[in-house]
Write a protein that binds this ligand. Structure first.
Ligand code: NAD
Length: 454
């Protein structure tokens, strides 16, 4: 079987085709990574820091080429692709400082002389499984902290992002990392499952169904696992908000990169008198979104799923306020779409569709809006648009989301802060920031007592 990826804007353009390496190749890569891990850890903080810094430089030196590859392979608009490349370099540079961070603490003994220490140590081989939507940033925000603290890593990218991952592997190797410290093994479910079966610590980002199976398999082996899964993100707009500003933010969060960010907004909740002006402003803002911000969805199946969901919602009584169709052109494009009166139990109101489609709801007051926003099994990011400090504080207290963003689009991530969702959107420790350094290490308690009379 071969692994292929096609250009979403031009489906005749085959970006890459490689033979699926199979489960045995994954086990072999993990074995080699395990053999290399001791040397990588023993090389010390200085060597690891320098190596990660060189990776940042290599990414920066190839920024335009990488941005063009992201555009071609996953259909990301150029400005966002450039942003992803810059963020990728920043992630490697940020974690290049991590090897010098303290790795534990000193405690007093309960009685008598001696030292009690905690010390965080790497697990061994980190198995990293990534989705296609951030083809450089997600592999990097997994690999960089794992490597910084002395693990080696094997990455299994999504098939749709194979070329980007292979190019990242080349750049890492051009930064003179010892062989087998970081390996990319392309593949699909078979290779992913084999990696979960062989690695010493597992980090997964992707859809909820696959992620749950990965969590079960890893915990079944007693191996630590984190999983960042699908989200259903809401935007709350209060009557005192600057409606034009809010509509601009929300349109960007619905349609930017065709809604294919795990933090994209798919439910808009207008409170009281905000409903009418917001509806108007949002329709206008979404109608004005063009290819330079939206782009195609990743493949034909994603587009069919979305178009099918919109027409079934309309059959169930929903109305299309803007979009709803498929433009007459090559490529897997979907019009930025906003629907109202979608029945509460319709899949469009309950499930992640990963496209430029959102549902508009009305809420009588902030309490109802918060209850609506929280009524989802998987919540990653919620935005709140208001000029009232009290409303912002109430929302920050009571919204059940991993990220609460006041007067900003739901779709924005800071790589130096912890990142993850609540309820079914996330399992295990947070990614990114310093939280990732904790995840890729285990604490040891060391007691050092005198060997004789002091
Ligand atoms: P996906 O679940 O289809 O695939 C994710 C990865 O898992 C791929 O590498 C895939 O090959 C691999 N995989 C498939 N079956 C497997 C198995 N049985 N065992 C192990 N690995 C297996 O997701 P996708 O379509 O690539 O990405 C889109 C999804 O990712 C969306 O649901 C989106 O919300 C989610 N996502 C979440 C975040 C987040 O941080 N919460 C970030 C980006 C994307």
């Amino acid at each position: 079987m071969s692994i292929t990826s096609y250009n979403p804007a031009d489906p005749a353009d085959l970006v890459v085709a490689v033979e699926a390496p199979g489960a045995e190749a994954v086990r072999a890569a993990v074995g080699r990574a395990r053999a290399a891990q001791g040397g990588w850890l023993a090389a010390g903080a200085g060597a690891r820091s320098a190596a990660l810094g060189r990776i940042a430089e290599a990414v920066e030196a190839h920024a335009e080429e990488l941005a063009a590859l992201i555009v071609r392979e996953v259909g990301k608009p150029l400005a966002e692709a450039r942003g992803e490349v810059a963020r990728t370099a920043a992630i490697w540079r940020y974690y290049a400082q991590a090897p010098y961070e303290p790795s534990g603490a000193v405690h007093e003994t309960a009685a008598g002389p001696g030292l009690l220490l905690t010390r965080r140590r790497p697990y061994g081989v980190a198995g990293l499984i990534a989705p296609w939507n951030f083809p450089l940033a997600i592999p990097s925000w997994k690999a960089a902290p794992a490597l910084a603290v002395g693990n080696t890593a094997v990455l299994k990218p999504a098939p749709e992002a194979t070329a980007c991952a292979l190019r990242l592997a080349e750049l890492v190797s051009s930064a003179s990392l010892p062989e087998d410290v970081f390996r990319v093994v392309p593949g699909g479910a078979e290779e992913g499952a084999a990696l979960v079966d062989a690695a010493d610590v597992v980090s997964f980002t992707g859809s909820t169904g696959v992620g749950r199976a990965v969590v079960r398999a890893a915990t079944g082996r007693g191996v630590p696992v984190q999983a960042e899964l699908g989200g259903l993100n809401a935007a709350l707009v209060l009557p005192d908000a600057d409606v034009e500003l809010a509509a601009g933010h929300i349109a960007a969060a619905i349609a930017g990169y065709a809604g294919q960010k795990c933090t994209a907004t798919s439910r808009v909740i207008a409170v009281g008198a905000a409903y009418r002006p917001l509806r108007e402003a949002l329709v206008k803002a979404l109608a004005a979104v063009d290819d330079s911000a939206c782009g195609p969805v990743v493949n034909a199946a994603a587009r069919e799923r979305m178009v099918g969901a919109v027409s079934s919602a309309v059959e169930a009584g929903a109305s299309v306020l803007v979009g709803g169709g498929v433009p007459e052109r090559a490529g897997w494009y979907v019009e930025p779409t906003l629907l109202a009166e979608v029945p509460a139990r319709h899949p469009l109101a309950r499930e992640e569709f990963f496209g430029p489609v959102a549902v508009l709801h009305a809420a009588a007051d902030l309490d109802e809006a918060i209850a609506l926003a929280n009524d989802t099994p998987h919540s990653l990011a919620t935005s709140v648009h208001t000029r009232s400090l009290d409303a912002a504080l109430a929302a920050a207290d009571r919204l059940d989301a991993g990220m609460i963003r006041v007067n900003a689009p739901s779709s924005g991530v800071d790589f130096h802060l912890p990142f993850g969702g609540t309820k079914g959107a996330s399992h295990g420790e947070r990614e990114q920031g310093r939280a990732a350094l904790e995840f890729y290490t285990v604490s040891r308690t060391v007691s050092v007592l005198p060997g004789g009379e002091l």
